[in-house]
Design a protein around this ligand. Structure first.
Ligand code: CA
Length: 223
């Protein structure tokens, strides 16, 4: 998980960077709006509103016009108006200074979870890339193969729908752990392997979950 941190206050940025690192996030730190708009792709933006070169709200608007990366606004301005404008401009959440690291992490996780759920449930899975034999009923949380239900544990279902949202896309272990298990704790990744194993068994001949060594997994229609 890559976080773009836009914050001109060095002590605040340093503590966020350390804290996020401890929770397994990779952080790219920039100190002004211009660099924020020039930064590479990321999974989430933490955006301070009081920036030296431009108003953070303009950065928020511009980032949102480019795509749907989750944005959490961080600001010392606690006025209700900023909060409302930020959310109207497309920010996903808002944290006021001073804040605790745990609060920031909790909000990041909630925002990432919501955006992963949106990706998994709103966007129709590209039909071309998934086999016709497979039907996912998101409302009932059921998965059918050739019309027959494949019984899945809740996390098996979550993992399957997460991977199915973008067939062929390589997801890192961290991305999957964060989206499905709400943790990036390294020790928990054994759980991921167990669930991948279960999906391979249950969808043998229908789907294949490829291991990309040292990175993560991608889901494809079985050859
Ligand atoms: Ca600032």
């Amino acid at each position: 998980m890559r976080v773009l941190l836009v914050e001109d206050d060095h002590p605040v940025a340093e503590s966020l960077r350390r804290g996020l690192g401890r929770y397994g996030f990779e952080v790219e730190w920039v100190t002004d709006g211009r660099s924020a708009l020039e930064a590479g792709p990321c999974d989430l933006v933490l955006l301070d509103l009081g920036l030296p070169d431009t108003d953070g709200l303009d950065v928020c608007r511009e980032l949102r016009s480019r795509g749907d990366v989750p944005i959490i606004v961080i600001s010392a301005r606690s006025e209700e108006i900023d909060r409302v404008v930020g959310l109207e401009l497309g920010a996903d959440d808002y944290v006021s200074k001073p804040f605790g690291m745990r609060e920031v992490i909790a909000r990041i996780r909630a925002v990432l979870r919501r955006s992963a759920q949106r990706a998994a449930t709103d966007r129709p899975a590209p039909a071309a890339a998934l086999p016709d034999r497979l039907t996912i009923d998101h409302r009932a949380r059921r998965v059918l193969v050739d019309g027959a239900e494949v019984v899945l544990a809740p996390k098996e279902y979550d993992l399957l729908t997460f991977l199915c949202a973008e067939p062929g896309r390589l997801f890192s272990r961290e991305q999957i752990m964060e989206a499905v298990w709400n943790t990036t704790w390294f020790g928990a990744t054994r759980t991921l392997d167990v669930h991948v194993g279960a999906l391979r068994r249950k969808f043998s001949g229908v789907l294949s979950v490829e291991t990309v060594r040292g990175v993560g997994f991608r889901l494809l229609a079985a050859a």
